[in-house]
Design a protein around this ligand. Structure first.
Ligand code: FAD
Length: 400
């Protein structure tokens, strides 16, 4: 404990001395550049300074081993670091699929060269990753994927199409599931491979969403030559790697809703701010008792979920890898988030029906789009119906 308190004091003073003043209190939504990568644009230049300072210390990925660019911290020390960053209202220096998905997967399944090449670049925010899993005929039934990889000497030749590839247009590398053997049980002929998006034959077409934004792409592979050395784990054994990565993804999706930054003491929640503005207060309470009741339920659900995620994170200290239970977090976390957005829209009434132009405040228009974006939460990372099937089979042990 004494060591941890010493670490806390040193961390607090180091952060205070090194974190640029201009980034304190920034929201994640302000942080375009913080996904890193070759195409990153830092609209707030000090975010790049912050990234470099933290990467130098290994604190973009505090618990990863030092030899791969991490901080080598214990889970307890990493928690202290998070707490001290929250206290100073410091945003994360780097976010993205490198840190949350492919990085942890490479630590588990990658060979030494792959770890050295990719993990260090991820920690420094040099390379941005995207996920090439879904195909037009393979979403929930992912193992039906058809993108072909045919061996040619030391390379594979890739042909096929991926869909819903989030941020493919801004990414540098993609981790893909490809079919290397069509003649065996479908799960047994899949390989997990890493592809540089600059390789000739890779092309990307953005897809526009209901929210007006376009984070998705279709990604095409036409005779793309990719070294066999880029296979993670073994040829035809990609399904094992794919499932491990999905567990990390589901934990990440759940963590976004359950493990977010603690609200500063005394700061009102977004729900209360909205209710105050659109419903009004009477005798120090939200005027409408039905809305008040729904808000109390939402706050309790959010808080309980956050504590459960925290409990699971503490259990992970013993080295526990996320398994089928990450499906539970994914279902519940996304449902709580979607219900919360619906409640915000209900509180705002007709003010939540704007799309563009005058007549609505910017934050009102943004909330409408955020609400529409939240509809995708139950699908991304594997749909909630599929998660319920996984829970039934692998957690509860129910028959197929
Ligand atoms: C915001 C967002 C980001 C995404 N990002 C990526 C990405 O970066 N990379 C990537 O590869 N993919 C990505 N996806 C795709 C996502 O993984 C798929 O949308 C998801 O796996 C569902 O597949 P599908 O869309 O083909 O739906 P389908 O599989 O066609 O399912 C349609 C509906 O049928 C239900 N259903 C299907 N099978 C069953 C069953 N057996 N039992 C009960 N219900 C069933 C589903 O639950 C769903 O409601 C993203 C999706 C979203 C929404």
């Amino acid at each position: 404990m004494a060591d941890l308190e010493k670490f806390r004091a040193e961390t607090a003073s180091w952060l205070d001395a090194n974190a640029p003043q201009s980034i304190r209190g920034l929201n994640l939504s302000d942080l375009e550049g913080s996904w890193g990568g070759r195409k990153a644009i830092y609209s707030i230049p000090d975010m790049k300074v912050w990234l470099d300072i933290m990467a130098e210390r290994g604190w973009t990925s505090p618990t990863w081993p030092v030899e791969y660019g991490g901080g080598g911290l214990s889970k307890e020390e990493a928690k202290v670091l998070r707490e001290e960053m929250n206290r100073l209202r410091l945003p994360p220096p780097l976010i993205g699929f490198g840190l949350t998905m492919i990085g942890p997967t490479l630590l588990q399944f990658g060979n030494e060269e792959q770890k050295k090449q990719h993990l260090t670049a991820i920690c420094r925010g040099e390379i941005r990753w995207c996920q090439g899993y879904s195909e037009p005929g393979a979403g929930s039934d992912l193992a039906s994927l058809q993108m072909k990889a045919v061996r040619d000497g030391d390379d594979f030749i890739l042909n096929g199409q991926k869909v819903w590839t989030s941020y493919a247009d801004l990414s540098d590398w993609i981790f893909c599931l490809v079919r290397t053997n069509p003649d065996v049980k479908k799960q047994a002929g899949i390989t997990f491979i890493l592809v540089d998006m600059e390789t000739p034959g890779v092309s990307v077409v953005p897809t526009r969403l209901i929210s007006g934004k376009s984070p998705f792409c279709e990604t095409y592979f036409d005779d793309v030559r990719c070294p066999v050395a880029n296979v993670v784990h073994k040829i035809d054994a990609g399904w094992t790697v794919a499932k491990a990565l999905l567990s990390h993804e589901r934990s990440m999706v759940a963590g976004v809703f359950g493990g977010g930054r603690a609200r500063a003491k005394g700061k009102r929640s977004r729900l209360v701010e909205l209710a105050d503005r659109y419903v009004g207060m009477r005798e120090g309470r939200i005027a409408d008792p039905v809305v008040r009741d729904q808000m109390a339920q939402s706050e309790m659900d959010t808080r309980s979920f956050s504590l459960t995620v925290q409990r699971s994170a503490d259990a992970a200290k013993a080295g526990h890898q996320p398994g089928a239970e990450s499906s539970f977090f994914k279902v519940y976390g996304t449902e709580v988030n979607m219900r919360r957005h619906e409640l915000m829209v209900r509180i705002m009434g007709e003010r939540a029906l704007g799309w563009e132009g005058p007549g609505f405040e910017d934050d009102e228009l943004e909330l409408t789009r955020d609400w529409l974006r939240s509809r995708g939460n139950s699908l991304e990372g594997g749909s909630n119906e599929i998660q319920l099937n996984i829970i039934a089979k692998h957690v509860l042990g129910l028959p197929d």
